[in-house]
Design a protein around this ligand. Sequence first.
Ligand code: FE2
Length: 327
Amino acid sequence: MRTPPPADAQAAALQALAARLGPAHLRHRLALESADETQVLRKGPLLQFLEHRVARPALLHALLRLVGLRERARRNTLRIELREHDVALQRLPPAFEGVRLLHLSDLHLDVGGGFMAALVERVRGVAHDLCVITGDFRFRTHGPWQPAMEALASLRPHLAPDTFAVLGNHDSIRMLPSIEALGVRVLMNEAACVGRGGQALWIAGIDDPHYFRAHALHKAADAIPDGACALLLSHAPEPYLEAAHCGFDLMLCGHTHGGQLCLPGGIPVMTCSSAPRALARGPWRHGAMRGYTSVGCGSSLLDVRLNCRPEVTVHRLVRRDVGSARC
Ligand SMILES: [Fe+2]
């Protein structure tokens, strides 16, 4: 296991982040990383009860064992599906026709129990041109993050050279230098331009909008030229309205785990998101903006899934006129 970087190296890394992101963004993030989640999210009594009493790992494990579903639910976390999805984008530059985007979300890499072997096996050999990761590298929302980085290092050789990511509500901002040292560009309210055949596709990413609420869509979008085709990476679907108004063509996100523990038919009990349920999994659209919410590769809180298999997704970008609709 990797040892944490020495204190002076960590201090220098944080100083560099303050210069890059702005000192207030860094202070906001670091303060919330040590705050009480229920206070920050101002959840009502019912949601607090469901998430912090009913959803306690030991209680859920006991309930699943009682109804004879625990082992099946654990095995499901290793049965990662490959989903293929065509995305029609009106403004897609011709040079990007057919480009394949591998989308990973909610990896929770340090969960253990054979998950990393299953994920590497699933991703190995999946043909793709670009890779995007929509957050949640770590299993827990607190504690050591080095094991997740160790796991990411073993996954990295199977991902495209051009790999972009955003941080999720399980991720510390202290992880960012380690992720980028592996050649994964983390977009923190920033945008990057990918070139192909002399044409450009823009990929913007925002910091976690669910728990940290450190997202700044305008900051991410302002660098993108008017009329350019632009994708947005967001950990959670919550800021879909603002993203559509900013003019993004496609929003890719995760966070909901599709419910993770679902009723038959894949109906989520909880989505842990204030976005409409139509945005809890799979493809959706709002106005001219397309969206896709991944149910995630991993699992959080505890390593079980029911009626909601984990996924890795390949989005194939195609040029086509899209209509206008609200979700
Ligand atoms: Fe997650």
